[in-house]
Write a protein that binds this ligand. Structure first.
Ligand SMILES: *[C@@H]1O[C@H](CO)[C@@H](O)[C@H](O)[C@H]1NC(C)=O
Length: 141
């Protein structure tokens, strides 16, 4: 979601999966720009700590309520989340390179089953689940 995002460019490293590390695949360039812009705008809109962008980029999460709000705002502005906090499954899968879609599809569907106390928390639970269980993550170039 936006499991889900990084600053340094990572090449497609299949070998990384053999030592338990998740494979980083690049986001499509056009979507990267849109997402980065949305993140900046959402830091401003939610008053969240600008460090949260780096938290997401390093494939981590923060339990801070502001982080959840910021993440929801980013996914909402980019069209990846429904008003109830559940991810738009098809749009999310399509962010990944074709060859990795069969790997992430079951993870995305499974992680979307979690229900939080509100929409921010529901989306946060999805992100956390995705970060913890996906064999693939996306890297923001
Ligand atoms: C979600 O996006 C819509 C459309 O861009 C916007 O009108 C709405 O205010 C956003 N909601 C939140 C909570 O950011």
């Amino acid at each position: 979601m936006l499991k889900v995002f990084i600053v340094t460019f990572f090449a497609f490293q299949l070998s990384a999966s053999s030592n338990g590390q998740r494979v980083a695949v690049p986001f499509p360039k056009d979507k990267t720009i849109i997402i980065v812009e949305a993140m900046k705008s959402c830091i401003a809109k939610t008053g969240a700590n600008p460090n949260f962008i780096d938290v997401i980029r390093s494939g981590k999460v923060s339990e801070d309520e502001k982080f959840k709000e910021f993440y929801y705002c980013t996914c909402n502005d980019t069209g990846f989340v429904n008003p109830d906090g559940h991810i738009k499954v098809k749009e999310c899968i399509e962010l990944f390179p074709k060859e990795t879609q069969p790997l992430v599809e079951p993870v995305i569907k499974n992680c979307d089953k979690e229900e939080g106390v509100n929409k921010y928390d529901t989306l946060f639970k999805f992100l956390k689940c995705f970060q913890e269980t996906s064999p693939v993550r996306v890297a923001l170039a």
